[in-house]
Design a protein around this ligand. Structure first.
Ligand code: ZN
Length: 400
């Protein structure tokens, strides 16, 4: 599924109508959730049927296109089923009990194949359901021209701090050709560098992002000094929301480009399966921002891995920085120790470089062999050879 986005240009009155549609979609989602809470053993189809009940009961709910009402019910269901899944897998910690959505700056409503219409030149979109939001000019629709109209499965109207957007979800698998590079890489994300790879290369945190993050901090500090409920505070809130938007766009841009670059130049990419959920909870903004960047980076690596047919492996993060990438022994060190110095084999290496090498090795080990085994019929028997002992396993020459 591909997603394209265009900014909507209309009048304030039209935006107000989009707001109504967004509010109604949220109402349907929340009502479905309530319905589920009150009668636990209902399923997806019951919720979908409940949409019709809501439309009968509430005049404004009827204004929303019927497929968009269904889409809102589906959203409620996906929150519920995610909760059920977490319970079934007995995931540790919170299970993500579905919550009601509150009124926020951002919000969205999802249409399927009806309730909207594109103009012939695909530069205008008209919303034709009961809210009668009318026709909007669209900015940034170049990509839309490459696809058939029937490939557009959903149109999402998204409200952000700086305006309204239409997202087009297009039914198309993205597959791209790529020549094998016979190169594998392990990457270790960190605070000093955005990441360090198993060849010792580093990618710095982008400076423009740093700068934006600084002003983000300043703005949020300024906002905390304004009086609650004042006009001034509202002004700051919007300013802050726009800044957040800008930073998240810059971050996404950086994540996409870096991830694409890593995936295109390797046949296998290994990285740590970080439990970011726990890390974000600390109070240091700088760190939580990097956490967000890593999560996104990883998602794009996995996405491009699929697109380019590159193996991506998330390895368990335990001991990747403590173990020696040369001899495999554990060398305990504090977070502040930046250099790995092995007492067992004398191997000295930058901490992150060492970790990246461990990550690559773990990654290669995890993937193992998939597909048909060429030597499937032959009994594997290595004469006198005994299985390798732990200390001689994966021994490498120390790098200079
Ligand atoms: Zn060692």
């Amino acid at each position: 599924m591909l997603v394209f986005e265009a900014k909507l240009e209309g009048t304030n009155e039209q935006y107000g109508k989009l707001d109504e549609a967004i509010r109604t979609a949220r109402f349907v989602r929340n009502s479905c959730l309530r319905h589920w809470m009150d009668n636990k053993d209902i399923d997806k189809y019951d919720l979908s049927a409940y949409c019709a009940v809501l439309a009968k009961e509430f005049e404004f709910a009827k204004n929303l296109n019927s497929q968009a009402r269904q889409a809102s019910a589906e959203r409620a269901w996906s929150a519920i089923s995610r909760f059920y899944d977490n319970c079934k897998k007995s995931k540790p910690g919170k299970k993500g009990y579905p919550r009601f959505k509150k009124e926020q700056t951002h919000g969205s409503v999802e249409y399927k194949t009806s309730g909207w219409k594109l103009s012939n030149d695909r530069r205008y979109i008209t919303f034709s359901d009961g809210f009668e939001a009318g026709t909007f000019k669209m900015w940034g629709t170049r990509d839309l021209h490459f696809y058939q109209l029937k490939q557009i499965k959903r149109v999402r109207v998204v409200r952000r701090a700086d305006g309204y957007y239409a997202q087009f979800c297009i039914d198309q698998e993205r597959i791209e050709k790529r020549e094998p590079t016979a190169h594998n890489v392990g990457i270790d994300v960190g605070l000093n560098y955005f990441y360090t790879d198993s060849d010792g290369n580093t990618v710095a945190n982008p400076r423009h992002l740093r700068k934006s993050e600084k002003s983000l901090k300043r703005l949020s500090r300024q906002m905390s000094k304004t009086k609650k409920g004042s006009k001034n505070r509202a002004k700051f809130r919007n300013k802050l929301a726009r800044k957040h938007l800008k930073v998240s766009r810059q971050r996404k841009d950086f994540a996409v480009k870096t991830a694409r670059c890593v995936v295109q130049s390797n046949d296998l990419v290994a990285y740590e399966d970080l439990k970011v959920r726990n890390m974000v909870r600390n109070r240091h903004l700088a760190k939580s921002i990097s956490d967000a960047a890593w999560t996104q980076f990883r998602q794009w690596i996995e996405y491009f891995g699929k697109v380019f047919g590159v193996v991506t492996v998330a390895v368990p993060p335990h001991y990747t920085s403590q173990n020696c990438s040369n001899c495999g022994e554990t060398v305990k060190k504090a977070l502040s120790t930046r250099t790995h110095t092995c007492q067992h084999c004398g191997h000295i290496q930058d901490r992150d470089y060492n970790a990246a090498r461990n990550i690559l090795e773990l990654g290669l080990r995890t993937v193992g062999h998939t597909g048909t085994n060429a030597s499937g019929d032959i009994d594997l028997y290595f004469g006198e050879e005994t299985p390798q002992s732990k200390s001689s396993r994966g021994k490498r020459k120390p790098k200079q």
